[in-house]
Design a protein around this ligand. Structure first.
Ligand code: FMN
Length: 402
């Protein structure tokens, strides 16, 4: 095994947290909490990942409040789910005592089709705009947050962080990208505010930095906080790389422990972070809502643009951000085969997050450590992602025929 692959499979510290190797499971919202309860289905999915040698798994979409959900099947970080999350993490650690568990802390902002709103009358984001996702659910409009809504949102990050630490999460990953709540504030396309939360990048970063501060205050200095940020929105009037590099510097200065650099948004251009086969055909196979089907048929090809898949598709831009910051760097995006992993390590990244490769083969790490000729062979058909809202949630269709 080459020196760089050895590095990938050797212990390392994320902040002060000891990890047994440098391979982390990326957040891939599992869709495995029927009726909003994070139970056995979710556990089974992550049980395989941790049994397979991955150093740290990430529970997808840990919503900071009930109204931060994209749909009503998502759990949120709330006392009522304490038994389930405690059980989930305890069980994962009984399978692999040295494994760590992170949770991706997210809020949908104005991108939702959850009709069971509890606190709000309608979804809120930085500015008034169309909620494309909500059209099929009869919620086509989103309002603009008032200052008190912003304060409340920050509090939900703090409370969720306290909850997550108390149920046994070892790390928190704050989602600053992909077009969800915090990234709606960072993006000049979705943030048209004229107060201190809009306009300059400094103003657009005010809420994301407040959320980071609130999480830090809740969990303390020794608890690792990762941040998944966007390097571009992939649309003309959205976030571009020159500003993204400043976003990275601001998060770094504010004390984030590690950055994960992604791009694209679920609302405007999701294929930037997937690449490969577009999602619309797979989504049409499982979508039952007639309005959503119509939208997918006509709007799908415009939303899901074609970006040919290539290995390590974010490596060149992420390396520029690596050169700018002092925090640790987690590479994400098409690191599927061992030669790509080797390259990422050679480039000086501290860790790698893998999404689809671990959905395809949860035992990637153990298999690759015992076989120098290991191939993962994920085809990037992206059918796994089309299944997020299908019964049973995500799985690799190549492994287990329907
Ligand atoms: C099924 C599926 C679900 C995903 N859900 C999330 C999510 O909840 N949060 C997120 O930040 N990214 C999500 N992603 C994107 C991945 O985290 C990752 O950025 C992307 O798949 C590229 O990494 P990969 O090439 O290793 O798969 C998802 C991807 C897939 C395939």
């Amino acid at each position: 095994m080459s020196e760089h692959l050895q590095k990938a499979f050797s212990p390392a510290k994320l902040g002060k947290l000891q990890l047994k190797n440098r391979i982390l499971k990326a957040a891939t919202y599992e869709g495995k909490s029927p009726d909003g309860v994070p139970g056995e289905l979710l556990l089974d999915f992550h049980r395989e990942i941790v049994a397979g040698g991955t150093a740290m798994t990430t529970i997808g979409y840990c919503t900071t409040e009930a109204d931060g959900r994209i749909n009503d099947q998502m759990p949120w970080m709330d006392e009522q789910f304490r038994p389930q999350y405690t059980h989930l993490i305890t069980e994962l650690k009984s399978v692999a005592p040295d494994v760590k568990v992170s949770g991706q802390m997210t809020h949908c902002g104005n991108f939702t089709k959850n009709r069971k709103l509890q606190r709000l009358k309608r979804p809120l984001g930085p500015s008034r705009q169309l909620n494309m996702l909500g059209i099929s659910a009869g919620m086509p409009f989103a309002g603009a947050m008032k200052l008190e809504d912003i304060d409340y949102l920050v509090k939900t990050y703090r409370d969720a962080a306290l909850f997550m630490k108390s149920v046994g999460f070892d790390a928190i990953e704050i989602h600053f990208s992909h077009g969800y709540g915090l990234s709606q504030f960072i993006s000049p396309r979705s943030n048209r505010r004229t107060d201190e939360y809009g306009g300059s990048l400094e103003n657009r970063m005010r809420l994301p930095l407040r959320a980071l501060d609130a999480v830090r205050e809740a969990v303390g200095d020794d608890f690792p906080i990762l941040g998944k940020m966007g390097m571009t929105d992939g649309v003309r009037d959205g976030l571009q790389f020159d500003e993204a590099i400043e976003v990275a510097a601001m998060l770094d200065n504010a004390g984030i422990d590690a950055l994960i650099c992604s791009g694209g948004t679920s609302s405007f251009n999701p294929m930037v972070y997937f690449r490969g086969e577009t999602l619309d055909k797979g989504m049409l196979e499982v979508e039952t809502n007639p309005i959503a089907r119509l939208g997918l048929k006509y709007y799908g090809p415009r939303l899901f643009r074609h970006y040919p898949y290539e290995e390590n598709f974010f490596l060149s831009d992420a390396s520029k951000i690596r050169d700018r910051v002092n925090c640790q760097m987690v590479y994400i995006g098409g690191c599927t085969e061992l030669e790509s992993l080797e390259k990422v390590m050679r480039e000086g990244f501290d860790f790698v997050q893998m999404g689809r490769p671990l959905v395809k083969d949860p035992h990637y790490v153990n298999n690759a450590m015992s076989n120098p000729n290991y191939r993962n062979n994920c085809s990037h058909c992206n059918k796994c992602a089309s299944l997020i809202e299908a019964p049973g949630g995500i799985r690799c269709v190549e492994n287990a025929p329907a």
